[in-house]
Design a protein around this ligand. Structure first.
Ligand code: ADP
Ligand code: MG
Length: 455
């Protein structure tokens, strides 16, 4: 009989002998991990399990093991991390006071409790990152070590890392520490400080305790270590110590390890040991999902029209942070003006003036307007105005044509961006330029010229 069969049989027997609550609390999540001639090791979820099983259930456990195998075993209960670190833990060392007291807390771990897996919205662009993050959270130290998450700013790296930490703290008594690389640098610089006697032993101990005496180290924005060569050396040693002890390390950066040119080779090599995960900008689908879910979670209830959702999702298309910022602004705007419904007009008004700074998308309508107006030496306001003089009307038609051809925007949305024009006017402008290009080589060249400036 293999070890798994024995444990399954054990569970069936013990289920008969204890009540459901006891079974679910004390046995369901425990597991027989080792069984040799006279020694059995059972891994249990918390220190409370260790103590309680050893004191209150040991007789019945022995009895059932004997029934199943015909042998008497010395049974030892261990936490998962203890099992992998050291099989000789003495359970009697555990202080009764420890039981029921969380070993770790979000504050001590430096975690933001608001960043959880539950409120991380998943789409194609971040699905892999989210899945690996959860796998690590469920199995720290064993799945992917280190886990290296990279991608542009505002895509959810910090959120995911806190989610891992919060999950681990909630579901185990592992010690978690989240720091930014700036914090690590600051702590390291403290090592050079001296007290009046010229020593700083206390500080060294504190530093070592903080960074070595943990089960999970989460370090955010590692690219900033590039400016601190001495700290890199210390981080190298911290990394090695934790890694050798099978402690989980989670790192984030704005670029892949291979592109972190200011970091020592030996660090980059180590970052490549585990799993590298790229997190991508949200696609349109995910942006809309984020808007809907975040709206649903807000304290006040406001209905947002579909075209307003489209507008915000299309305008804030680079990252989630700017999307959140736009949403907050639109909602604040609706509150100020006591609007019950967030319409497209309201969203456009609310985001006026913020758009160019919050987006850096190539073919955005605002960008097209800017480039075309500069090319023809008119203002963006002119393009949006009702003026019909040809030196303004013609560039306007070109800008409309480009907006239609270079973005995914609808005719009504383009009309909105060009001073609230009717969508038939927009269609007319597009057709007109389209026809003219065919017969006018010079215009074709001009359009190509403008397109180049949009890249
Ligand atoms: P990064 O660390 O990559 O710069 P953050 O984790 O700080 O990005 O994310 C920026 C903001 O966007 C945070 O408020 C975060 O909660 C939010 N955010 C990012 N991605 C998501 C997501 N998939 N679901 C919900 N909120 C997200
Ligand atoms: Mg971050």
């Amino acid at each position: 009989m293999n070890i798994e069969n024995i444990w399954n049989k054990f569970l069936l027997c013990i289920k008969e002998r204890v009540n459901t609550l006891s079974f679910n609390t004390w046995f369901k999540d425990s597991k027989l991990i080792e069984l040799n001639e006279e020694h059995a090791i059972i891994i249990v979820p918390t220190i409370a399990h260790k103590k309680h099983l050893a004191e209150s259930y040991i007789d019945i456990i022995n009895e059932i093991f004997n029934e199943i195998t015909g042998t008497n075993f010395n049974i030892e209960f261990l936490l998962e991390n203890e099992y992998y670190k050291d099989n000789n833990i003495n359970t009697s060392n555990i202080d009764i006071e420890d039981i029921g007291v969380p070993f770790n807390s979000p504050e001590k771990a430096n975690l933001n409790p608001d960043y959880t897996f539950e409120n991380f919205i998943v789409g194609e662009s971040n699905r892999f990152a989210q899945a690996t993050a959860l796998a690590v959270a469920e199995n720290p130290g064993k799945m992917y070590n280190p886990l290296f998450i990279y991608g542009n700013s505002g895509l959810g790296k910090t959120h995911l890392m806190h989610a891992i930490g919060n999950y681990i703290i909630k579901n185990s008594n592992k010690r978690v520490l989240y720091v930014t690389s700036d914090q690590f640098i600051n702590d390291f610089l403290g090592l050079n400080k001296r007290d009046k006697e010229g020593t700083n032993f206390d500080y060294i101990d504190l530093f070592k305790d903080k960074y070595r005496n943990i089960d999970v180290l989460i370090i955010d924005d590692i690219q900033f270590l590039g400016n601190a060569p001495k700290t890199q050396n210390e981080f190298f040693h911290t990394f090695n110590t934790l890694y050798d002890d099978k402690k989980q390390i989670i790192i984030s950066s704005d670029s892949s390890p291979d592109d972190l040119k200011h970091l020592e080779d030996r660090l980059r090599t180590r970052f490549n040991w585990g799993l590298k995960v790229n997190i991508f900008p949200p696609d349109n689908e995910l942006r809309k999902e984020i808007i809907r879910k975040k709206m649903a979670n807000m304290d006040f209830s406001r209905h947002m029209s579909e075209d307003a959702i489209d507008y915000i999702a299309n305008t804030c298309n680079s990252d989630v942070r700017s999307l959140e910022g736009a949403l907050t602004r639109v909602c604040a705007y609706s509150t100020i003006f006591f609007e019950e419904e967030i319409t497209l007009e309201l969203a456009v008004d609310a985001l006026k003036g913020t758009i160019s700074s919050s987006t850096n998308f190539k073919n955005d309508i605002q960008k097209i307007q800017k480039v075309v107006s500069e090319y023809y030496n008119v203002t963006v306001e002119d393009l949006k105005s009702k003026k019909r003089v040809s030196n303004i009307a013609f560039p306007r038609q070109i800008a409309i044509y480009l907006s239609r051809n270079l973005t995914d925007e609808s005719f009504p949305r383009i009309g909105m961006e060009f001073g609230g024009r009717d969508h038939s006017t927009i269609i007319h402008s597009c057709d007109k330029i389209q026809k003219e290009i065919k017969n006018n080589k010079q215009l074709e060249n001009i359009i190509e010229e403008i397109k180049k400036q949009l890249v």
